[in-house]
Ligand binder design. Structure first.
Ligand SMILES: Nc1nc2c(ncn2[C@@H]2O[C@H](COP(=O)(O)OP(=O)(O)OP(=O)(O)O)[C@@H](O)[C@H]2O)c(=O)[nH]1
Ligand SMILES: [Mg+2]
Length: 298
């Protein structure tokens, strides 16, 4: 399988920076440069505060390092992005017997698809995986996860439609423990069939999952990058209640703009661990700050 890359699959993410880049190349660094960069960052969904903060850091460094031509400024920009976005531990923890990875996020963001892709990656790496159909909102959700189980070579544990999600997840963990499977990935619903609060439900799943033989090793918030700043507003609700360990940013291949990566990391202060770059089973990458910065600004 050809290795997928940010540059080839990033869709519209680079587009907001095209104008800034071409005037930088033709005019060099002048008074308008900073303003054009700030506008491009805001257009790219970085958010006003994040764009402003990045610009301040850049200006200071440009002055100190006397970066006053286009090439120098571009490499400074890339290295600032790598400093801001990189240097974090992106490995998914496998602590626990089994380790349990919970996937949370509003509906339609790509939770189930991400689980399918990740299960395939783990199975390819020689690990056995149980998928827990914790989204009991509709029967189709478990069927969709079942298809991913088949494609990826993982095993599925599901309950009846409308069953208690946490009990399905608990059963999956017990089953994994009993059969020597080291990893459980649990799907959850983005909405509920009862009037219960989604955050309360997720907390309950987390609590119950920790009571069994396994341990919750990752709680991954899935965010649809193409929803831009709106996605961020939704994400904040999850950060208030769930103990998140990382973000999966999906659909960066579509109409999403690249600045959203900055906004998520700076405003939520949770590492973007994985990026979704398509609907296929191989379209998932560990986030790579250097490759991302190159892809945006080369
Ligand atoms: N282009 C693209 N599409 C994606 C990506 N990830 C998921 N999708 C698509 O987004 C749609 C929703 O994905 P799901 O995985 O069903 O989303 P979900 O969060 O499980 O949704 P609910 O179960 O309704 O809460 C599907 O059509 C997926 O194929 C991605 O990285 N890129
Ligand atoms: Mg789903």
């Amino acid at each position: 399988m050809a290795r997928i890359g940010f540059r080839s699959q990033m869709g519209s993410a680079r587009r907001p920076f095209a104008g800034f880049l071409s005037s930088l190349v033709t005019r060099g660094v002048d008074d308008a440069t900073w303003q054009e960069l700030e506008e491009a960052l805001i257009l790219a969904d970085a958010g006003i505060d994040t764009a402003g903060a990045l610009l301040e850091r850049l200006k200071e460094r440009a002055k100190a390092e006397k970066a006053n031509d286009a090439d120098a400024l571009l490499s400074l920009l890339k290295s600032q992005l790598v400093d801001d976005l990189g240097g974090r531990n992106l490995a998914l923890s496998t602590d626990g017997n089994p380790a349990v990875w919970l996937f949370v996020g509003v509906n339609g963001v790509g939770k189930t698809t991400t689980i399918g892709k990740l299960a395939a990656r783990e199975v390819r790496g020689g690990r056995k995986v149980v998928l827990a159909a914790g989204d009991t909102f509709r029967a189709a959700a478990a069927e969709q996860l079942g298809m991913w189980a088949e494609k990826s070579g993982a095993e599925l544990v599901r309950g009846a439609e409308g069953a208690d999600s946490s009990s399905v997840v608990y059963d999956a963990i017990e089953h994994a423990a009993a059969t020597g499977v080291p990893l459980v990935m649990a799907d959850t619903a983005g909405r509920l069939h009862t009037r219960a609060n989604l955050m309360d439900e997720l907390e309950k799943i987390h609590r119950v999952a920790g009571k069994g033989p396994g341990a919750v090793a990752e709680v991954l918030l899935v965010i649809d990058a193409s929803t831009g700043q709106n996605g961020l507003v939704q994400a904040r609700r999850f950060t208030e209640s769930a103990k998140l360990t990382g973000v999966v940013l999906t659909k960066l291949d579509g109409s999403a703009k690249g600045g959203i990566v900055l906004a998520v990391q700076e405003e939520l202060d949770i590492p973007v661990k994985l990026v979704g770059l398509g609907e296929g089973i191989g379209d998932l990458m560990e986030f790579d700050a250097a490759e991302f910065a190159e892809a945006l600004f080369d």
